[in-house]
Ligand binder design. Structure first.
Ligand SMILES: O=C(O)CCC(=O)C(=O)O
Length: 292
């Protein structure tokens, strides 16, 4: 039997997201977490690149160095921090392992364990079940949601940042490497909100100008009661339609909420916007999903 059932497909189509249990075993989750611990132990981030995030998408890109570090991270493994983790000299005031908001955006290409999960038969099976003909991988991230300081992610649609023509070609896979609960900052969704287009776009500004990105349009205000929590057990995955409105709350619990997430796009008959912050490069064209 397929890992993703017809019922799951129907839920995804109706709601714009669906939770599937058991994509990874507990041991596979622990291996991915251990690998990230090793990467963070060895990380060396120049002072001018120490970017803090007030929310996932609200990058504090006011300094040129920070902005460059972000916008050129699509084909690299780079480090983005929570607020308040550095003193004025840029030295850590919390343990390194507790300082990060996320690592991105090319774990799927350069880290063998992450690459293996991204191209796993179950993931390929999900894409096939959804009828994707030539899916490619756009980006990947490890998100920490640190205990006590993991910041909120405000309501957004992923297509704001990963825009295609037509819309409806992008999907996120968000894999819980630990239980994601209402207490430690699981995702919340507005079911069915993927059917109304997008309200804003993040675009690159003309070459040679600063800041490097800007927004067209505005995020709408969404009524709190429309959001439904989507807790996920360790090893489960949430499929996230590119236009569904979602958010996550601050983590005020004592538990972390680590996830590995990546986005795929149906590349057949799809135009990837050259205005998106993320661009394929010579070093890393968007890799096809249906390979090992
Ligand atoms: O992991 C989170 O808290 C939010 C992630 C998210 O919204 C996204 O990747 O689009």
């Amino acid at each position: 039997m397929d890992f993703m059932t017809d019922h799951n497909v129907q839920k995804y189509m109706e709601d714009g997201y669906v939770v599937l249990d058991g994509l990874l075993t507990s041991q596979e989750c622990d291996e991915l977490r251990q690998r990230m611990t090793d990467i963070v132990d060895r990380m060396d981030v120049p002072e001018h690149c120490r970017i803090t995030f007030s929310t996932y998408h609200d990058e504090q890109l006011k300094k040129q160095g920070n902005a460059d570090y972000f916008i050129t991270s699509g084909d690299k493994i780079r480090f983005f921090f929570e607020k308040g983790v550095f003193d004025d000299k840029g030295e850590f005031i919390v343990p390194k392992q507790r300082s990060l908001n996320k690592v991105g955006h090319a774990l799927h290409a350069y880290e063998p364990l992450y690459k293996k999960v991204t191209h796993s038969p179950k993931v390929q099976g999900i894409a096939k079940k959804l009828g994707l003909v030539n899916p490619v991988i756009l980006q990947s991230m490890y998100i920490f949601k640190q205990p006590g300081i993991g910041g909120e992610v405000t309501p957004h649609q992923d297509a704001t940042f990963l825009y295609t023509e037509p819309l409806g070609r992008v999907m996120g896979l968000w894999i819980a490497l630990e239980d994601a609960t209402v207490n430690n900052g699981c995702l919340w969704f507005i079911p069915g909100s993927h059917n109304s287009g997008i309200s804003r776009r993040m675009v690159r500004t003309p070459k040679g100008t600063f800041p490097l990105t800007d927004f067209i349009g505005r995020e709408q205000a969404y009524a709190e009661e429309k959001f439904i929590a989507a807790p996920v057990k360790k090893g489960g995955v949430v499929l996230i339609h590119g236009e569904v409105v979602h958010r996550s709350a601050e983590n005020i619990s004592e538990d972390s909420r680590h996830v590995y997430t990546f986005h795929i796009m149906e590349s057949q008959d799809t135009h990837w916007s050259p205005d998106n912050w993320l661009q394929p490069t010579e070093e890393l064209p968007f890799p096809p999903l249906y390979t090992k």
